[in-house]
Write a protein that binds this ligand. Structure first.
Ligand SMILES: [Zn+2]
Length: 386
């Protein structure tokens, strides 16, 4: 740009000629109308209304004109730029509205589409019942103890005062993983189980070996509850399964008597079946307890009312009024001795029962196979206890 020049002829300035301004204006309006989207409109704005657009360049030339010509040219260029800016604003509003409408359609969510449902399972009632029983004893100060399922014969039998000629040791009842007398070196898979004196390795036939392990691990007083899986060579049918669950209880302390055992059992059935459920003990024999007893509880359904009353038969107790719960007794002093506990100073009681059986009479489950088949239709009605 140069200083005002009196001899300057406005007609000579190409960019400011009326037809040039008019052409720039028309080009701009045409480009604006032809912009199909916001991006294109942005390009059009740079080309026709930006700093280097023909109208902006023309505007810069105005200052170089003589005063009279300056007003004319200024009015002309100003009007053209105003129109272009107005057209830009209008087109921008149109394109933004179009975009918003398209986004609404493209990003619409069909709330009527069916949802993908994840089928809900349920915890197995054996698990929840076992945890419930554990809770009863943990609340009394007992500790939960566990042991290996592949167990040394010594822990499973000998230490529990089950002599080698006891029928429970015959292969009819026991799964042998590693035959007796073959030495322990073949039992890598059950190395932990093979550390007791003796030879064979078995799948434990009861949870009682955990009592022995607990006594060897701890100094009396010992109060443990031992839940777990046990194995017997039974065929699976309505009342038998080769794999089932037991809960075993062991208390060893100074001065424990049958009365403590009885009180503990009464508390347990009260917590599980109702506060006024009574228990009774019948003499029995187990090698690892002396004296031993079979423990019954009053039928929690009929409370004994079905006995001699044909009008009110009870399916839960077969109208006998009592339900057999499990075996118990005072720990045999020979078991205490085997575990290095002085039987002159300490005494103890033990109690064991099957969880499957308890689940059967507690919930009227008639077929044990339902518990092992894993059908969610069986577990779901028990609800989910945490
Ligand atoms: Zn009954």
């Amino acid at each position: 740009m140069s200083a005002p020049n009196k001899s300057y002829d406005p007609v000579e300035v190409e960019a400011l000629k009326p037809e040039a301004v008019e052409r720039a204006r028309e080009d701009a309006l045409e480009a604006i109308a032809g912009a199909g989207d916001l991006e294109a409109l942005h390009e059009v704005r740079i080309a026709h209304a930006g700093d280097r657009s023909p109208l902006a360049l023309a505007n810069r030339e105005i200052g170089a004109l003589p005063p009279k010509a300056r007003a004319d040219a200024g009015k002309r260029v100003g009007r053209a730029r105003g129109e272009v800016n107005k057209a830009l604003a209008t087109r921008l509003a149109e394109l933004e509205a179009e975009r918003d409408e398209r986004v609404l359609v493209e990003e619409a969510v069909d709330v009527t589409l069916p949802a993908r449902r994840a089928p809900l399972g349920a915890r197995h009632p054996l698990t929840t019942l076992m945890e419930r029983i554990e809770d009863v004893f943990v609340a009394m100060g007992y500790e939960v103890a566990e042991g290996p399922e592949a167990e040394a014969e010594w822990f499973n039998f000998d230490a529990l005062n089950i002599a080698p000629d006891h029928p429970a040791r015959s292969e009819h009842d026991t799964f042998f993983l590693h035959a007796p007398g073959a030495g322990a070196e073949g039992a890598e898979g059950a190395a932990d189980a093979a550390d007791g004196p003796g030879s064979g390795v078995v799948l434990r036939t009861h949870t009682s070996p955990v009592q022995i392990r607990s006594l060897l691990d701890r100094e009396p007083p010992v109060y443990v509850v031992c839940p777990g899986r046990v194995f017997r060579t039974d065929e699976l049918d309505a009342t038998h399964t080769p794999v089932f669950h037991q809960v075993e209880l062991l208390a060893v302390d100074e001065g424990l008597t049958m009365a403590d055992l009885r009180g503990t059992l009464d508390h347990m059935v009260g917590a599980l079946f109702g506060a006024d459920i009574r228990t009774r003990l019948r003499p029995n024999y187990f090698p690892f307890t002396e004296p031993s007893a079979e423990m019954d509880m009053v039928c929690y359904v009929c409370r004994g009312d079905s006995v001699g009353n044909p009008d009110r038969p009870c399916r839960t107790c077969s109208s006998e009024g009592w339900i057999e719960l499990g075996g118990c007794g005072m720990v045999n002093p020979r078991v205490l001795t085997a575990c290095g506990v002085d039987p002159e100073r300490y005494s103890g009681f033990a109690f064991g029962f099957g969880i499957e059986r308890m689940l059967m009479f507690r919930h009227n489950v008639e077929d044990m196979r339902d518990m092992v088949e894993g059908d969610v239709r069986f577990t779901r009605p028990f609800g989910t206890e945490i």
